[in-house]
Design a protein around this ligand. Structure first.
Ligand code: ADP
Ligand code: ZN
Length: 213
């Protein structure tokens, strides 16, 4: 089972992918998390990715596709995966379809999580993330029980460098230009399901579960 989560930055892809991972037992494969890990470990990949991420731009396809396909080849992905943040343009979508087809596999469903631009800016500007398990928090809407600490694992919370307003604007622009065309692409294949990101994470999760069944 391969499920793709689509949506603007801040739509709640990561939150929903984590909830779905818990429910289905599928591995969560988040391209942004893979890049941030490489950045932290200062690998070659991390050094290249950093230059693009800082500006809110996409890391080149060649690098991104290779990294994600390698991840999908790991043992925990034999039953499938929840893809969060990948594919993000047509080139990546086609590469994924081809790689899966080579193994007689295919994407089962694509969930488009819809959110307004105003909401995205509000969410990202007050977002805090766990440095250990990547769980997201929001200063006013979803604060942690203890300030600065993750409820789930006790890890330190931090703010992403690319959540500053100028970079958020650029990420939204890139999303509209590169990622929005994927909605048509997946609509044509009959795999697209759309869900509005309102009412909090649990409500959205229920809408997704209903749409998947
Ligand atoms: P968000 O969806 O909130 O923008 P992500 O964590 O998915 O955040 O991505 C952060 C950054 O990592 C992107 O702005 C981009 O630079 C890089 N990135 C993540 N996924 C991809 C991808 N599929 N293709 C190219 N770059 C990516
Ligand atoms: Zn944590």
């Amino acid at each position: 089972m391969y499920i793709v989560l689509l949506g603007a930055p801040g739509a709640g892809k990561g939150t929903q992918a984590a909830m779905l991972a818990e429910k289905t037992g599928l591995a969560q494969v988040a391209s942004g998390d893979l890049f941030r890990k490489a950045l932290k470990e200062e690998t070659e990949l991390g050094k290249i990715a950093k230059q693009y991420m800082e500006k809110g731009q996409l890391v080149p396809d060649e690098i991104t596709i290779k990294m994600v396909l390698e991840r999908l080849g790991k043992p925990d992905c034999t039953k499938g995966a929840l893809l969060d943040g990948f594919p993000r343009n047509l080139e990546q979508a086609k590469a994924l379809d081809n790689a899966l087809a080579e193994q007689s596999k295919a994407i089962d469903k694509v969930i488009n999580i819809k959110v307004s631009e105003a909401e995205v800016i509000k969410r990202l500007s007050r977002r805090w993330i766990c440095g250990v398990c990547q769980a997201p928090y929001h200063e006013t809407d979803a604060p942690p029980k203890v300030a600065g600490k993750c409820d789930r694992c006790g890890g330190e919370l931090y703010q992403r460098a690319d959540d500053k307003p100028e970079t958020v604007q650029e990420r939204l622009k890139v999303y509209e230009k590169e990622t929005l065309p994927l909605i048509q692409y997946y609509k044509k294949s009959g795999k697209l399901v759309e869900v509005v990101s309102e009412g909090g994470p649990k409500a959205v999760h229920q809408k997704i579960m209903a749409a998947l069944n």
